[in-house]
Write a protein that binds this ligand. Structure first.
Ligand code: ADP
Ligand code: MG
Length: 277
C-alpha cells in the first residue's frame, strides 16, 4: 500500500502492527498493548507521537528499532522489513542509557565499535560529534561526573555518530530542566534541518510536540492502542514565541488537547475499574 501524499517509499512504514505480552503468570491474561498501528513517515519528516502514559509509545519505538518483535504486522524502513536491530534506526532514550564505566568519548565510540566501524573512522566520528554537541570539555569525564543535560548530549551524539536515516527519540528531554530542554530542542532542530534525517519523537508535552513536529500522531488509550488521529502542524519555522501566540498555534494546541484529554480520561477510568496501573 502506497500513500501518494507521501511519495513512493516512506522512510518508515508501520503496517498494522500489534503487540501483546503474555501474562507474567500462566493464569494471568495477556497484556494487549498495541492494537493495529499503521503509520507512514516521509523521508526528512519530523513526526511526533503523543498519547496517554502506558499506551505503548515506547513499545512501538522498540518494535521499529528491531529491539522487539511485533505480534502481528510489519515495520519497514525505506522499503526494507525490520527483522533485527540495525544502524538504520537508532533510539535515544529518556534515561540516557549510558555505560557508567565508559567516559563520554568511550560511550560515543561504543556504538561505533558494535557496528564494526574502523578505528581511525571511529575516532574521527567521535571527534566530530563531541565538538558538534559541545562536549569537548567533558570528553574524558564519566557519566556520573556530568549533568543530565550533558548526559543527553552524549546520548544524542552517540546516536548521531551512527548516522541513522531514522532517529527514534523516546521522551529524550523529559528528565531535563526547562532551560536545558529548550536549548536541546533548538540544537536538535538545528541538526535535523541541516540533515536529511527522519525523526520520530515521543513526548508527553504538547508544547514540545508543536514546537518540533511537522505532524503529530495521537495514540488512543490502551489496551489495543492505535493512532487515533494525525494533526498537521502548518506553522512556519522557527516557531518563535510570536508564532506560539498565533491563532493557528492555538487551533493546533486545542485540537491536540481535546483528543488527548478524551484518551487520558479513558485510561484513568480503566485503571480505576481494573485496579491495574
Ligand atoms: P508508554 O511508553 O506509552 O508509556 P510502554 O510502551 O512503556 O508505554 O508500555 C505499554 C504497556 O505495555 C504498559 O502497560 C506496560 O506495562 C506494558 N509492557 C511493556 N513491556 C512489557 C513486557 N516486557 N511485558 C509485559 N508488559 C509490558
Ligand atoms: Mg514510554
Amino acid at each position: 500500500m502506497v500513500d501518494s501524499d507521501i511519495g513512493p517509499v516512506p522512510a518508515l512504514e508501520v503496517r498494522g502492527v500489534s503487540k501483546r505480552y503474555p501474562g507474567w503468570r500462566r493464569d494471568l491474561a495477556e497484556v494487549r498493548v498495541l492494537g493495529e498501528v499503521s503509520l507512514q513517515v516521509a523521508e526528512s519528516e519530523f513526526f511526533v507521537l503523543v498519547g496517554p502514559s502506558g499506551c505503548g509509545k515506547s513499545t512501538l519505538l522498540r518494535l521499529i528499532a528491531g529491539l522487539d518483535t511485533p505480534s502481528g504486522g510489519e515495520v519497514h524502513l525505506a522499503g526494507d522489513r525490520v527483522v533485527k536491530t540495525s544502524p538504520e534506526a537508532i533510539v535515544v532514550w529518556q534515561e540516557f542509557a549510558l555505560l557508567d564505566w565508559r567516559t563520554v568519548e568511550g560511550n560515543i565510540l561504543f556504538g561505533l565499535e558494535v557496528n564494526r566501524i574502523s578505528k581511525s573512522r571511529r575516532l574521527e566520528l567521535a571527534d566530530h560529534y563531541i565538538e558538534l554537541m559541545g562536549l569537548t570539555p567533558f570528553r574524558h569525564n564519566f557519566p556520573s561526573e556530568i549533568s543530565g543535560g550533558m548526559k543527553q548530549r552524549v546520548g544524542l551524539a552517540r546516536a548521531l555518530a551512527l548516522d541513522p536515516p531514522l532517529l527514534l527519540m523516546d521522551e529524550p528531554f523529559g528528565a531535563l530542566d526547562a532551560q536545558t530542554r529548550m536549548i536541546m530542542q533548538e540544537e536538535l532542530l538545528r541538526i535535523w534541518e541541516g540533515s536529511e534525517k527522519t525523526v520520530l519523537f515521543v513526548t508527553h508535552s504538547l508544547e514540545e510536540a508543536i514546537l518540533l513536529g511537522d505532524r503529530i500522531g495521537v495514540f488512543s488509550a490502551g489496551p489495543d492502542a492505535r493512532i487515533k488521529e494525525i494533526v498537521d502542524v502548518n506553522l512556519p519555522r522557527p516557531r518563535l514565541p510570536t508564532v506560539r501566540a498565533s491563532a493557528d498555534y492555538t487551533r493546533v494546541y486545542d485540537r491536540l488537547y481535546q483528543i488527548l484529554r478524551e484518551e487520558v480520561v479513558k485510561t484513568i477510568s480503566r485503571e480505576a475499574t481494573s485496579g491495574r496501573p
